[in-house]
Design a protein around this ligand. Sequence first.
Ligand SMILES: Cc1cc2nc3c(=O)[nH]c(=O)nc-3n(C[C@H](O)[C@H](O)[C@H](O)COP(=O)(O)O)c2cc1C
Length: 375
Amino acid sequence: MNILFEPAKIKNMELRNRFVRSATYDACAQSSGQVSDAQIKLFADLASGGGGLIVTGITYVHRSGQNLPFQNSIAGDDFIPGLKRLTAAVHDRGAKIAVQLFHAGRERARFLEDKNKQAMAPSFVYDDPYFTAEYRTMTEEEIWNIVQAFGKAARRAREADFDAVQVHGAHAFLFSQFLSPFTNHRNDDWGGALENRLHFHHEVYRNIRENVGDDYPILIKIGVQDGFARGLELGEGKVAARLLAQWGFDALEISQGLRGKPYAETEYRTKINRLNQEAYFRQWCTEIKNAVSVPVMMVGGLRTFELMEEIIQNKEADFISLCRPFIREPGIVNHWKRGDRHRAKCISCNKCLEAAREGEALHCVQQKFEDKRQT
Ligand SMILES: Cc1cc2nc3c(=O)[nH]c(=O)nc-3n(C[C@H](O)[C@H](O)[C@H](O)COP(=O)(O)O)c2cc1C
């Protein structure tokens, strides 16, 4: 059997193969944050498509962490029945599902209409070229409230039959804002040296573990370097990844931290036309895989089957995580399994992302364009 189709485990969660659908905001939730029928269909199609693990899109654990209009919530018990429908749709088709637990931090500012409900962040950064919207520094009490919100959300996730939770510790959001020296200027226990900038991660981990018990998989997507100079650097990112694994996180997905301005300084890079432009976090991921003993997922621009095979064979990662290829081809893993090893058709144009941010339900814009030309 091809190594990509060999089953593997994360803690006690058994996955049928090495393919993960990386977390993807789908702009399909109801505006209340409840699961919609469109999402049941989307996730059923993904599960039928053959992947091992599906990670949901950003799901806010507390109202103060929402940053987009059609985003799922897990901030109250009333969300459990809808989430149960989602997990059942995936389980009926043989895949596993993790919910991505999320808080936007200052990124909520772009979404707020009401200035009185100001967005929160570890600290306010003066003259920040990357972020100009209004927000304020969190109090210690607010930090503890959010820590507890993550724990409660994880308890709900388990009740809703998710197989695991994944903490969103990457990209532009709250955990990266704590970890990066660029956005964390606190001089209390939550800022300063690396261990202090990771204090939030540690308390969230402990609170989740208390709520879900020892046997439940807790994953994290971690940004190990920021997309611009003077931010988090890989040296610290690697130490952070090692600490997270030591504390008990059961798997790490390796991505970037804060975003710079062009797409080239983000987690979703464009212009992936040649093999050597694929797997753009390969080096970071491989270094971290060599430094930890928990399973590691590689994400970022993977498009060619044989490259993915080489990565798993070389033990540069344990899982291959894909986002944009599944938007265009939800059934791509089954194609590959049947022996049709075509390169993913996704051209990484990011039109899907731009449309979702405008509130359009997730779809491949390029495919729509091509279909139109053919008719
Ligand atoms: C439309 C879209 C939505 C995304 N939503 C999320 C999300 O909810 N959470 C997350 O961690 N990353 C999100 N990402 C980033 C992806 O999970 C992934 O890290 C990135 O796109 C690189 O992988 P790829 O080249 O396979 O697309 C999103 C990316 C896109 C294009």
